[in-house]
Structure formats: C-alpha cells, structure tokens
Write a protein that binds this ligand. Structure first.
Ligand code: SAH
Ligand code: SF4
Length: 396
C-alpha cells in the first residue's frame, strides 16, 4: 500500500474469543467477568456458586499468575478436573527476548497462526512501563513508522493483549508469593502504554476488554491513570475510549497543517486536524482524565520549524495538554532524518514558554530496535526497500 492509498481496514478477522483455546477447550484468559461467569454456568456450575468460583478463578489467574487448575487449592479436586477438561489458561509465547544496554527488554511474541508481535518493557527509576501491541502490523501507513510498512495485519484478541502483560510479569518474576498482598508492593511493571504495533482504536473491543482486565482491582489492578492509549486519530472512537475505558489518551499529532499531516499520518485525510481537535477537546471532560499527550515526532525539515511550534501552540489552545517530542527513530530504509538536537530544543522552548510541558522523549532500546516506531516482526522486517518507501512518500 502506498501513502496515498485509500484507508481501508484490511484486517484478517478471527473469532474475537478464539484465544489460544486448543479446539476442544476454551481459553479463560481474555474473557470478561460476565463471559467467564456464563462459561462456568454453562459448564454446570450451580448459579449460586458460580460468582464465588469466578472470583476464585480470577484471583488465581490475574492476581497470582497461576496457569494450572491443579494448583487452585481452594477448589475441590473434581471441580479442578472438570475445569481442566473444558478450559485452558493460555498465553502467547515469548520466542526471543533481547535486552538493551539501557535495560530495555524487547520480547518477540508468537500468537496463534504463527504471527508475531513485539512487546517492550522499559525500566525507569521506581517504575516500569510496558509498551504493548494491539495488532499484527498496522493498516495505516504513517510514512515515518516501521510498523506501517508491514503488510500483514490481524487484530490481537483480548487474551493476546492482556497476555503480553502477563508474559512480562512472568519474565520480571512479578507475581506475588502466596500470602503477600500484591497491591502493596512496588511494581516493576507499573504503567502500560498502548504504543506498540497497531492502531488500538481499530481493535476497540478487544483492547477495551483487555484493559478492563488489567484494571480490575481483584487482579492485575493497574489504575486507569497508569494506562495510556495512543491513537493516530480515529476520531469516532475517541469519545468511546473515554466512556468505555477511561484511560489516559495520547495522540500522534506530528504536524500542524493538514497538508503535512496528510502525508505523515494518512488517516488525516479521513479525519483532519480540525475534526481531531474537536474530539480531543471533549475527551478530558468525558473521562475525567488528566492532560492529553500530544506526540510529535521530530523530522528534519519536515515539521520542525519555529513556525510549526507556534502553530501547534495556537491549535491546541484550551486543551489540557503536554507535548511529547519524539526524536525520530531511524529504521532501515526510513525516508526521513531526525531533527538536530538544537532544533528539537528550540522547538521545545517555544512550547514551554507558551505554558506547556514539552518533554523530549529519550529513545530507549535503540540498539535492539525497540524504540518507538521501530517495531516490526522479524519475518516482515526489511521487506520494503528504501527506494520503494521513498517512492511511496513522493507519491503521497
Ligand atoms: N498506532 C498508534 C500507536 C503506536 S505508535 C499511534 O500511531 O499512535 C506509538 C508512537 O510512536 C506514535 O506517536 C507514533 O507516531 C510514533 N512513531 C512511529 N514511528 C516512529 C519513529 N520511527 N520514530 C519516532 N516515533 C515514531
Ligand atoms: Fe500504525 Fe501508529 Fe505506525 Fe501510524 S504510527 S502506521 S497508526 S502504528
């Protein structure tokens, strides 16, 4: 697809809840509470008991990280056997793990059908952020983004999305030992950003279900204020995000005129800057959230002038915002260059003087190609040549 191609949702669909069941048995991971309750009742659990069983199962799976029914000691042996005969507790599989010199961990994760996505853990002082993927590849074709050059796309299931969090907790050894209250421990994995591969708002239902599981106070128990969903600007889904998930929002803004944004973030041709800003003005009120993060990738001589910075400030006036400047992360064949440090600082300064926080994001895990926008599964990597991408951009 070229940068000028129409925007379609050319996604391979699979049943939403076919989540690493093994054909005969159904996966419990990724089910919402009402879905799991219904599954237990269908199994023959008396309705009076089912709520209690649901709470017990939920705690084993999401609070303790247990994967085997026979370890669920507060359930009777026959009931455990019954569960094991009908259900699985299945996660996607870590194929490889790379660790950067700065401690960033990148996991290549295999999902059903042999597809691969990437998940990145970024340790920070006193906290840690997991960057999770929502799709294999991305149907959108932002011209500066490596994921956007990947052709194959499928939506991840809720199990595969929440499964990335569970896998990372496995790897970090973060499931609490019995008897310890998990909520009182300092978390290695304290924050989630939906900034990996894919456009989360094009996989809304699964992202919502997975985030609800992640936020559930009787399980993984992450606060909605520690989850940030990044969208390229799927305008009709933004209000729904506020209402049905309530997490923080980041938006890939990246340009201050429609002409430039059309080229960088082609979804802009469908919902332009004015339409996007309208949706963003309503967001904090709907979700009772804090500021919106405006992500802005710094591309040399494309969107990084003083004039752009002034225009940006004018555009977002009245929106509680912080502007996150992302030095462009290069990838093999990328058609852009990173703005110079001086240019980025000058741009940040204009925004800061206008009263907005304007942190410059330090690229993490660059040596293992784990930085923003560098993700792409190994099988798909480098399929497009530099010349091909340059041609796409020129024709956009
Ligand atoms: N699809 C969503 C979320 C994933 S991308 C979105 O576009 O918002 C996460 C962030 O990284 C986005 O702001 C994206 O525009 C940015 N990004 C993509 N490629 C990049 C690159 N090569 N260098 C720096 N940032 C990039
Ligand atoms: Fe998709 Fe986001 Fe990359 Fe654009 S920046 S191609 S929306 S992952």
């Amino acid at each position: 697809m070229t940068a000028s191609a129409p925007i379609t949702q050319d996604v391979v669909t699979i049943p939403r809840k076919d989540t690493h069941g093994d054909g005969a048995r159904v996966n419990l991971v990724g089910m919402t509470r009402p879905e799991m309750l219904a599954a237990l009742i269908e199994l023959g659990t008396p309705e009076k008991q089912a709520r209690m069983r649901l709470r017990q199962l939920w705690a084993w799976i999401y609070e303790r990280g247990v994967r085997r029914f026979d370890e669920m000691t507060n359930l009777s042996k026959p009931y455990r056997e019954e569960l094991a005969a009908h259900f699985t507790i299945a996660l996607p599989e870590i194929v490889t793990k790379s660790v950067s010199s700065d401690g960033t961990r990148k996991y290549l994760v295999r999902i059903n059908g042999g597809h691969e996505v990437e998940t990145v853990y970024i340790p920070e002082e006193g906290r840690g952020t997991l960057c999770i993927s929502s799709q294999v590849g991305c149907t959108l074709t932002c011209s500066f983004c490596h994921t956007g050059t990947q052709r194959l796309v499928r939506n991840l299931t809720a199990a595969e999305i929440v499964g990335q969090i569970m896998l990372a907790r496995d790897d970090l050894g973060e499931w609490p030992a019995p008897g310890r209250n998990p909520k009182n421990e300092t978390r290695l994995l304290s924050n989630i950003v939906l900034m990996g591969m894919g456009e989360p708002l094009y996989n809304f239902d699964n992202v919502r279900d997975a985030m609800k599981i992640a936020m559930d106070p009787e399980g993984i128990s992450l606060s909605r204020r520690r989850i940030t969903l990044s969208t390229s600007g799927v305008v009709p889904e933004i209000a729904k995000t506020a209402e049905e998930i309530g997490c923080l929002l980041a938006v890939s803004f990246h340009a201050t005129t429609d002409e430039v944004r059309d080229k960088l973030v082609p979804i802009n041709r469908k919902w332009n800057i004015a339409a996007l800003l309208d949706a963003l003005r309503a967001y904090p009120k709907l979700s009772n959230s804090e500021r919106i993060t405006f992500e802005y990738v710094m591309l040399k001589d494309v969107n990084d002038s003083d004039e752009d910075a002034h225009r940006l400030v004018r555009l977002i006036e009245g929106i509680p915002a912080k502007i996150n400047l992302i030095p462009f992360n290069e990838w093999p064949g990328a058609p852009y260059r990173r703005s110079s440090n001086n240019r980025i600082r000058a741009f940040a300064d204009i925004i800061y003087k206008a009263g907005y926080a304007s942190p410059i994001r330090t690229p993490r895990g660059e040596d293992i190609m784990a930085a923003c926008g560098q993700l792409k599964s190994a099988t798909e990597r480098a399929r497009k040549s530099r010349a091909q991408i340059a041609a796409d951009v020129a024709s956009g």
